[in-house]
Design a protein. Structure first.
Length: 503
């Protein structure tokens, strides 16, 4: 519970604020583009801290850094709730992201070191239940609080949980012998390049679609800066004696494969989670509540399967085997989503989501247990930071990819369908007659024929959009299926704690 509580409030906070944005916009008199910085500022500062969590823990001590992170997250939550202007709110969100960034990697590292290797599966299953439940609960809690109290209470609810988390960390968390506060050796170039590179990359991913990607000079400049800074960062870190992020952990094939699977898996998961409510609300006429009810059973399925996965690993089932089964489930579910149509009922839409959730339940726990199997304990904080960074970046890339492909494929299918809408095409003539008949219009009336034409065009847009959703889900299905062979790379574990890198 000591490590689940801070992780839970941090993960929930990434989704709970989304629902409140329109209320924040009205209350602080901000524009649509301005208010989205409330989300972007948090994501940027969060992404910068995650990979350097292990380094910061080695400098200040893991226990001290965990307590400081929880305290900063809690204190900045109070500042967010009390913010009198958008500028103050964005600054507070930056501080909140800096505090929250280290919570999940620290919690995961503490968990993996506290439990013996044979119990990693069960421990990660219980931990994973909190991680999965938080984003499901976030929008529901955020919506209820915003409607019944005020948007400021979305931030204030973090305070009692944050205070409890600090108290529990003081009681139960102790640093292992190899982690003690030590003399600060700062890799200035590595740290500067990481901050610039990840900061620019996160802004590009969050704002790219809205700014029409590389048509915007702002996005183009930030993309070039991010690419150059991150390339130089890798080169500098591989040569540094005391790197801020030790990239040598990638010399272990199991860890490298696990990170590729994590990045691509969350790329597909977050991309599809964004698409499904859009499909339901735009094309099927679902309300936000009913769209949430479609996603709800999936969250429940993940919660139920995770402890099962943990117990199976405890009984000797190889994590790589469970991981392969989970990826197959997720790929099949995405393929089913690629066959959605405009006549689908609630069960037809909810069932693939449940199958996907079962797959992700068999994905998160075995992957987290298998990825770190060869990582020395003194490198665990560094490894969990990298792992969680790639998970977050995978989700951000997935969301950006899904919205971009959906927009482009929708335009493509619209152009293809319009090419067949000519007055001489039999199908067009039949559609016009049916539309006039449904409207009760006069076929000879120019006004009625114009209304019928507008109705046909609306159907063309719906069909084009439906085909674009199908295409995007189909791509995600193949990306997920392509990960299955990588699970075989993860079978060759050397045993926990084996050295895998030079120092």
């Amino acid at each position: 519970m000591t490590v689940i509580i801070p992780t839970f409030i941090e993960v929930m906070d990434t989704s709970v604020v989304n629902v409140s944005l329109p209320h924040i916009q009205g209350s602080l008199n901000a524009g649509v583009d301005e208010v989205t910085w409330v989300l972007t500022s948090y994501l940027v500062s969060n992404a910068i801290v995650i990979p350097i969590t292990g380094w910061l823990a080695s400098i200040f001590g893991r226990r001290n850094y965990l307590i400081f992170s929880i305290a900063l997250f809690t204190g900045s939550s109070i500042l967010c709730g009390a913010a009198p202007s958008l500028k103050i709110l964005v600054i507070a969100r930056i501080l909140q992201g800096l505090g929250g960034g280290g919570l999940q990697p620290l919690s995961q590292a503490i968990l993996l070191e506290t439990f013996p290797v044979r119990e990693h599966g069960v421990a990660m299953a219980i931990f994973g239940m909190g991680v999965v439940f938080a984003p499901i609960l976030g929008p529901v809690v955020g919506g209820w609080i915003t409607d019944n109290w005020a948007w400021r209470w979305v931030f204030y609810i973090n305070v009692p949980l944050g205070v409890l988390a600090v108290f529990m960390a003081l009681l139960f968390v102790h640093d292992p012998p190899y982690i003690r506060a030590r003399k600060i050796r700062i890799d200035h170039w590595g740290l500067a390049l990481l901050v610039v590179g990840l900061g620019c990359l996160q802004v590009v991913l969050d704002k790219g679609e809205r700014e029409d990607w590389f048509e915007s000079r702002f996005i183009l400049v930030l993309s070039v800066i991010a690419a150059v800074a991150l390339t130089l960062f890798v080169l500098v870190e591989l040569r540094a004696r005391h790197p801020v992020v030790n990239l040598r952990v990638f010399s272990d094939a199991t860890f490298a494969a696990g990170n590729i699977i994590m990045f691509t898996g969350f790329f597909c998961l977050f991309g599809s989670i964004v698409l499904l409510p859009l499909y339901l609300q735009r094309l099927m006429g679902y309300t936000a509540l009913w769209a949430g009810l479609v996603l709800g059973p999936g969250g429940l399925a993940s919660l139920l399967i995770m402890p099962v996965a943990g117990q199976l690993m405890k009984r000797g089932v190889p994590p790589s085997r469970l991981l392969a089964v989970g990826l197959v489930f997720a790929a099949v579910a995405l393929w089913q989503m690629s066959r959605f149509n405009l006549e689908a009922d609630f069960v037809a839409v909810a069932l693939p989501r449940v199958v996907q959730a079962l797959g992700m339940g068999l994905f998160f726990v075995p992957l987290a247990a298998a990825t770190y199997v060869n990582i020395p304990r003194e490198q665990m904080g560094n490894a969990t930071g990298i792992f969680n960074l790639l998970r977050n970046l995978g989700g951000s890339f997935g969301v950006a990819f899904s919205t971009t492909v959906l927009s482009q494929r929708s335009q493509f299918h619209q152009n293809m369908l319009v090419d067949h809408l000519t007055p001489y095409a039999k199908s067009f003539q039949v559609a016009m007659e049916r539309m006039l008949e449904l409207m009760g219009g006069d076929p000879a009336s120019f006004f009625h024929r114009k209304l019928a034409l507008a109705g046909i065009y609306e159907q063309v847009l719906r069909q084009a959009s439906m085909m674009a959703f199908n295409d995007t889900f189909w791509l995600f299905a193949w990306f997920t299926a392509a990960l299955v062979p990588l699970t075989f790379v993860m079978r060759g574990s050397k045993g926990a704690g084996a050295p895998v890198m030079g120092h």
